[in-house]
Design a protein around this ligand. Structure first.
Ligand code: GLN
Length: 475
């Protein structure tokens, strides 16, 4: 199969009539089947994808096709698509079918994207390795003994292994950027409030954002301009106008001010090759005439604890709705109301989800609320203030996406804290709400890819994407 790296490549083949959308979808379906072992897809929507492809082919003939005609896209299994199953990779939602589509799904379809299936992920998006999925591990296509990252592991693998052109993931603490880094693709977490969360299964509502995983910056820009913008169904979305990101990729000031957080680059546990790579990138940027300076951020140790106190609190509340009554799994062993709740939740949720619900319930409990939840909120504000102060002075911050390259299955099984520390460089963007992107720029001597992360000011996606385009060429 001919592989494509961007929608513009597909479009030129469609225009030249060397392929049709139906043929394209069939090619991807074949490849998904050949790569079944990767376990990236929980379900392929062959019938609806082919139906949509047929419609788009018709529209192409009459020049009425939308902006995303030819884009074959996969959804993380926590995004609702009407009349299609969605499970958040949890047993508790086994067999559940979406009653409506997420706003992002509606908007992609309206521009003629073709949705090819739903991708495996960590259960309720909780994890950094895709190992918490009820439906088994997703394999890293570059080394099947290693994790793809998480929680949008299947979505990253689907793009990296050419099972579709792009995918949508969600990022609460790094779940788009970290798997993008481990699989060698682009992953963008938008500003909190840029993209509607309506129809995304909630994990931690003040952190969650939906974003694209792609091979090219151009595709990330296109998907963003289609998805972003105000939505009557989500009051946390900003009404700021959405720029045509894809048309602004070359708008760039010639001299940029870029910061790097010294504490991040000197952090214990950062792989030395990733550190060296970032320092050499800094030199290249300086040589190109940009100002690149170290800044202090003496709060690195507070990021992961703040993230896990606040997100588990929100998760314990969000996940209260899975009670065995309204929808989803109900235990066959229940005998009365209380045992329905208890048994359905005990049997329906996996270990990691239960750990977080308990932790979240604890930090919100009357006796500990002040010591943990309310303290966590205050630390969040401090981290936001400090981050905003840095971004008042600089256009971007450069940092690693992950401490290392993809790790082996089971490597962090004995120690959940070690797994949580994998998120050290990604959670800052979610705690503070700023946009951040992981770019597939590095290759380690072990042969595996690693990402470089760039973060920017709130609602600076346009600048962030054009700087990303520049960086990818600079590598
Ligand atoms: N790895 C982080 C966690 O386990 C991030 C998850 C996410 O962004 N959904 O919570």
């Amino acid at each position: 199969m001919k592989t494509y790296n961007s929608l513009s490549e597909i479009k030129s083949d469609l225009l030249a009539n060397t392929i049709s959308c139906v043929e394209l979808v069939n090619q991807y379906l074949k490849r998904i089947d050949e790569k079944k072992k990767l376990n990236a897809f929980l379900e392929v929507f062959a019938a609806s994808a082919l139906e949509k492809a047929k419609q788009v082919d018709e529209k192409l003939k009459t020049n009425t096709a939308g902006k995303l005609a030819g884009m074959v896209i996969a959804l993380k299994d926590n995004l609702c698509y009407k009349s299609h199953k969605v499970s958040a990779s949890s047993k508790i939602l086994e067999g559940f079918e979406s009653l409506y589509s997420a706003t992002v799904v509606e908007r992609l379809l309206a521009e003629d994207a073709i949705i090819i299936g739903r991708c495996n992920c960590d259960e309720f998006a909780m994890g950094s390795s895709n190992e918490t999925s009820f439906y088994g591990n997703v394999l890293n296509p570059l080394d099947p003994t290693r994790v793809p990252g998480g929680s949008s592991g299947g979505a990253a693998v689907a793009v990296a292994a050419d099972l579709c052109l792009a995918s949508l993931g969600t990022d609460t603490g790094g779940s788009i950027r970290q798997p993008a880094s481990f699989c060698g693709v682009v992953g963008l977490k938008p500003t909190y409030g840029r993209v509607s969360r309506y129809g995304a299964i909630a994990y931690a509502s003040s952190f969650d954002q939906i974003g694209p995983l792609t091979k090219s910056i151009e595709d990330a820009a296109l998907i963003m301009e289609v998805m972003a913008g105000s939505d009557d169904y989500d009051s946390t979305v900003s009404s700021k106008p959405v720029p045509e990101y894809s048309k602004q990729l070359n708008n760039r000031p010639t001299k940029l001010r870029i910061a790097y957080i010294k504490d991040c680059l000197e952090a214990n546990g950062l792989n030395p090759e990733i550190k060296t790579y970032i320092y050499s990138l800094i030199e290249k940027l300086k040589a190109a005439g940009h100002t690149v300076e170290p800044v202090d951020f003496p709060y690195l140790d507070y990021l992961v604890p703040t993230y896990y106190v606040l997100t588990t609190a929100e998760a314990s509340s969000n996940l209260a709705r899975y009670d065995g009554i309204g929808f989803g799994y109900r235990s066959p062993n229940a005998t009365d109301l209380e045992s329905t709740y208890k048994k359905s939740r005990t049997e329906g949720f996996g270990t990691e989800v239960k750990r977080r619900i308990m932790l979240g319930t604890f930090v919100l409990s009357a006796g500990y609320y002040d010591a943990y939840y309310s303290k966590g909120q205050r630390v969040r504000r401090l981290l936001q203030n400090k981050t905003n102060k840095i971004l008042n002075n600089y256009d971007f911050v450069i940092l690693p996406t992950t401490p290392g390259t993809a790790f082996k299955f089971g490597e962090h099984n004995a120690d959940p804290i070690a797994m949580y520390l994998e998120d050290i460089f990604t959670v800052q963007a979610n705690i503070t709400g700023i946009p951040a992107i992981s770019l597939p720029m590095g290759t380690h001597s072990n042969g595996l890819p690693f990402g470089i992360q760039v973060a920017g000011k709130h609602f600076s996606e346009s600048e962030l994407l054009s700087f990303s385009e520049y960086l990818m060429k600079l590598k």
